[in-house]
Design a protein around this ligand. Structure first.
Ligand code: IMP
Length: 198
């Protein structure tokens, strides 16, 4: 089965390819379809944005499409940055600026109140019109300073529950076993396993 990945984020593509490497699917990338327009992520839920991305790419390519919408929810910030995780620092936002802003917002919050979770919604849109969504969550806490060099996004400030290293201090495979994306893709794996002729 061929699936077009409806994301241009190289780090997400790397993780999704690594986690699905043993599945009987061929992952195609959006760069194989340069005429597909970029989806405007204007929904206020992970599921809304993931579904919109997957459906648009499925319609444009005529092939099954898989989209990931994900982000970080911080309890002390009432769930922010949430669906706005990628653009948290505003105009010109990047990973370093987003992490700086997050640490600044949490500067008066004590360690035991810095709880957070990563959320991932993966949407699979099929050419017949069906859409399936799969959620994954990773609970943890936000540190006092960035640590580690692997991964992307908020990985250097996020320590998963039960560990004393951030995602950015782990190997890709170790993060995959614990991460929101790894857990959502595990559900996709089970779905595809039960439908070998999709
Ligand atoms: P999206 O492209 O709108 O889904 O934005 C996702 C944003 O959430 C990324 O740009 C990161 O800031 C953050 N994010 C999602 N997943 C991860 C992860 O696995 N590690 C670190 N940050 C993540």
């Amino acid at each position: 089965m061929e699936i077009v990945l409806a994301t241009g984020n190289k780090k997400k593509i790397e993780e999704i390819k690594r986690i699905t490497a043993d599945l009987p699917i061929t992952i195609l990338s959006l760069s194989d379809y340069p005429n597909c327009p970029e989806t405007v992520e204007d929904k206020d839920t992970f599921e809304g944005n993931a579904t919109k991305k997957a459906v648009e790419v499925c319609q444009c390519t005529g092939k099954a499409a898989l989209a990931d919408d994900s982000g970080l929810e911080v309890d002390a910030l009432k769930g922010a940055p949430g669906v706005y995780s990628a653009r948290y620092a505003g105009e010109g936002a990047n990973d370093v600026k987003n992490n700086e802003k997050l640490l600044q917002e949490l500067k008066n919050i004590p360690q035991d109140k810095r709880t957070a979770q990563f959320v991932c919604c993966m949407a699979l849109a099929l050419p017949g019109g069906d859409v399936k969504t799969f959620f994954g969550f990773a609970k943890g806490r936000i540190g006092l300073e960035p640590k580690g060099k692997t991964g992307f996004g908020y990985d250097p400030v996020f320590t998963p529950d039960g560990f004393d290293r951030t995602f950015a201090e782990m190997s890709g495979e170790e993060k995959d076993r614990l991460s929101h994306r790894g857990k959502a893709l595990e559900k996709l794996r089970n779905f595809l396993h039960d439908r070998p002729h999709l």
